[in-house]
Ligand binder design. Structure first.
Ligand SMILES: [Zn+2]
Ligand SMILES: [Zn+2]
Length: 268
């Protein structure tokens, strides 16, 4: 074990339930019931009931990214961990997500030339002290020796939270927020965008559109977690009720174990 692991307490406690644990980032019990995203839409990568080429949301949509994948569904404990990574300065959590995201690049996006992360406005970055997607992308870049070009885009306008806006407002909101700074660098290249969560998908779609218009060959999207197709279309009050049911231990016991996949072997 490295000294860092002691300092950051990476593996002395389970990162999901907090119980004492000495065998990796998660205890055996939590490792079994992490919300792995195994059944998903072939295009946007959101969890669906059956594996399908296009979920309802993607059908008839013209999306500029080739395909998107996420390691987990946006459920407990992953949603809590992402919030800690994002707002609580727990940057070490990127080390936990790095192996499974690296695995997805190597298996799903093997032709990637370089990765980029979703940029933050400099004021927001200053206030937070870091950009969590950049920390994550740096970790992945180091892990599988893939170049990270994080200065291709600049975020020039501070945007409102996407989730609170409707579709047209989101588009308008994002349209001029990101500027592609180096068009030459993207021409003919296969690029994977790294983000933390896929909620509406409009941010990564905006970036993908700009890259494709600048003649990038292909754009992929990789996130730690995504909001499932069904949850995405539920009205807010039903969504929170559904989340409560789904996050209950009983529900996990009955359903989630059924859908375990060999991905669990990658999470330490
Ligand atoms: Zn645990
Ligand atoms: Zn889809």
């Amino acid at each position: 074990m490295k000294i860092n692991d002691y300092v950051f307490n990476l593996s002395l406690r389970c990162n999901a339930c907090g119980k004492e644990n000495n065998s990796g980032y998660f205890c055996d019990g939590c490792k079994e019931i992490l919300p792995y995203n195994n059944v998903f839409c072939g295009k946007c990568g959101r969890s669906t009931i059956n594996k399908e080429d296009f979920c309802n949301s993607c059908q008839g949509q013209e999306l500029h990214f080739e395909k998107a994948r996420s390691a987990f569904k946006y459920q407990e404990p992953i949603n809590v961990m992402i919030k800690r990574l994002k707002y609580r300065h727990k940057k070490y959590l990127s080390k936990i997500f790095c192996p499974i995201l690296s695995y997805l690049i190597l298996t799903e996006f093997a032709d990637t030339d370089f990765i980029i992360n979703v940029p933050m406005h400099k004021k927001d970055k200053f206030l937070r002290g870091y950009n969590q997607t950049q920390v994550l992308a740096q970790e992945i870049s180091k892990n599988i020796d893939i170049p990270l070009k994080n200065d291709i885009f600049k975020k020039c306008v501070r945007t409102k939270r996407q989730a609170t806006l409707n579709k047209d407002e989101r588009k308008k909101n994002l349209k001029n927020a990101f500027v592609l700074q180096d068009k030459k660098l993207v021409k003919g290249k296969v690029i994977t965008i790294i983000d933390d969560i896929m909620t509406t998908g409009s941010t990564v779609e905006t970036l993908a559109e700009k890259l494709i218009k600048a003649k990038a060959k292909k754009v992929y999207v990789l996130t730690i977690a995504s909001v499932g197709e069904r949850e995405r279309n539920l009205p807010k009050k039903y969504y929170s009720l559904w989340q409560k049911i789904k996050n209950s231990k009983l529900f996990a016991k009955i359903f989630q174990k059924k859908y375990l996949h060999n991905q669990k072997n990658i999470v330490k």
